[in-house]
Design a protein around this ligand. Sequence first.
Ligand code: 5GP
Length: 211
Amino acid sequence: MADRLPRLRGAVIARLIVISGPSGAGKGTLIKRVMSCLPGLRLSVSATTRGRRAGERHGREYYFLNRSEFERRIEEGRFLEWAAYTGNLYGTPGKAVRDHLEAGRDVILEIELEGAKKVLSQCRDAVMVYIMPPSLEELERRLRGRGTESEEAILDRLGRAKEEMGEVEARVAEGLPPLHYVIVNDKVNRASDELARIIERIRIKDEQADH
Ligand code: 5GP
């Protein structure tokens, strides 16, 4: 990944928007809603070694790979970033993201915090939005309500969420990059409006920079 996004007359022509936050915070729901009302956004499809859930399709939710294939792709440098998360590997295929950006399309990455930090350290024009649940109790309720994970996986995810949210709160308190925006997903309508407004504001600024 180039450390700067493609530009025209010095202005960024397409943004890489990194949406992070703990599993169960509602990132996917907010992204879906925003994509249905804002044109020109592409969601990157990640690769993962985790098992497929009911209703998930290869190439739509994820590219489901076995570990040796995933590791081969790491060796070949095919991921923009990758991370281990609760026993599985997850990674963003670099080529599709680069192709969309070169063509002037904004790309959304929905990824956990370690991967998000890697992207932000590599690409200084990327924008990061962290989605927080209103509380850990509410996060637990949502994870259990989803019914997609085993008890062990739920506890793993809650443990990871606690660590991540502690780190994000400390970063916000100290004003540390690379966090640009934090949205508390208390109500889906309100939170998705907030995310849409953030993206619109970024686009307006980019357009103004181009004139
Ligand atoms: P899930 O198993 O619930 O689909 O995803 C688990 C976590 O992995 C979520 O927080 C999700 O955002 C994150 N994730 C999904 N794709 C990627 C990726 O390509 N890279 C990284 N670093 N995290 C990812």
